[in-house]
Write a protein that binds this ligand. Structure first.
Ligand SMILES: Cc1cc2nc3c(=O)[nH]c(=O)nc-3n(C[C@H](O)[C@H](O)[C@H](O)COP(=O)(O)O)c2cc1C
Length: 187
């Protein structure tokens, strides 16, 4: 399958290389989008080496799609997975904001019946950010448009707080995608 895998800026971005690795091991083709902020948490080199393709992080990089990556990538993808999805990315997507490559590509998927591929977000953040009324409302809005969520689990967070907000391990994310019928056992 063609998997469009995106990373946004949070501590759980350290799990992104493992996610790319597992998807490749299962035979999927993976293209990686990373917000500029996420590259503070995980290296472009690691992600691109594991994906076997350059990491795209700027709307204006051009590449082979003549600047139209944000339109072509969702058309290419059988699944668009954002893991981790930051509170910021979730808020932008819920408002239709398109001010970087990832948010613009999410908007270019379309919504509801006209979406060109399924979108799954795996949010990860501090417990108070997760339970904030703004985040709750943003997630509800996205779900009403057909976006799926892999809920964070509870545990000790990077900020030392105890509570909900941890992104599940990459292996668990893949199990969930398979249960939903969004990922085949082999690419
Ligand atoms: C050390 C550190 C850890 C962070 N961890 C998270 C996090 O786990 N989840 C989150 O939503 N934001 C987290 N943030 C805040 C985001 O990085 C910030 O909102 C950023 O604007 C997100 O950018 P992006 O959505 O464009 O990737 C963290 C920031 C710092 C400095």
């Amino acid at each position: 399958m063609n998997i469009l895998f995106a990373v946004s800026g949070g501590i759980a971005a350290y799990k992104a290389p493992k996610m790319v690795s597992l998807l490749r091991e299962e035979g999927h083709s993976v293209r990686v989008l990373a917000t500029p902020n996420s590259l503070q948490f995980v290296s472009r080199l690691t992600l691109s080496a594991l994906a076997g393709a350059p990491v795209l992080s700027s709307l204006f990089e051009g590449e082979g799609d003549y600047g139209m990556s944000h339109i072509r990538l969702p058309e290419w993808a059988d699944l668009f997975l954002v893991a981790p999805a930051s509170a910021d990315l979730i808020a932008k997507a819920a408002q239709g904001i398109a001010d970087d490559l990832l948010s613009t590509t999410l908007l270019a998927v379309g919504s509801g019946e006209s979406a060109v591929c399924p979108v799954v977000l795996a949010p990860a953040m501090n417990t108070r950010m997760w339970s904030h009324a703004a985040t709750r409302a943003n997630l509800q809005r996205l779900q009403s448009w057909g976006v799926r969520m892999i809920e964070p689990t509870a545990g000790r967070l990077a900020c030392s707080d105890l509570g909900e907000g941890r992104m599940p391990e990459p292996e668990e994310v893949l199990v969930r995608l398979k249960e939903w019928g969004l990922l085949n056992a082999t690419g």
